[in-house]
Design a protein around this ligand. Sequence first.
Ligand SMILES: [Zn+2]
Length: 220
Amino acid sequence: MKIMLPEHYFYSNKAGKAYVSKGKLYIEGNVNYERLIYDIVYFLKGKTTCYYCGNPLTSKKMTLDHKYPRFLGGISIPENLEPCCKKCNLNKLCMTEEQFMVWSSIGSIKEKDLFFQNCVMENTEVLKKKKFLIPSEWIEIYDVSRYFRDVPFKRINKRKYKKLEIYFEKWHQYSKPIIVSANGWVFEGNHIITHAKKINKHYVCAVVLENVIVKKNSQK
Ligand SMILES: [Zn+2]
């Protein structure tokens, strides 16, 4: 998929930079993917009002919400992120945007809680059917075997890896797709790839960012 990008954009830190040129995002050096995407989202969508309640945002109350929650495979791309206030982000939890809109319109706390419980059940059913909740056109089946050697992985976090193993045993799938640049750099999913390698699984779900190019080794 092609992610939403500003026409003109430049980002830099001590170790690397990123910029948009002719509709493509180029990343050079050591840039943290999530931080970069968050910056792009603020650049595109502004920092002034909450996406959900419309209240003005102050720097203390500002967060970014995953419209499709992480719990359901919600990934960090501009299409799935909205600036919102802390209160809305906290209330939304693992509800989707649609579910949260309904939840917000309900008056009584008791009914709110009931609706929330139903959402949790509903969303769990989705996971049981081995599906992510994010749009299927974002996802493709990706052969990871050739990237096992080429990607310099970030360190494996044992706690996170264990969590992933437990999740996979329970659902026989990963909790989210991996995120890959057009030229095969893995931004998110090194734990997934490590696990796939361990169990000899060659294909995983991926979101390939067709308009994002990594110009040199950016993952240390
Ligand atoms: Zn809000």
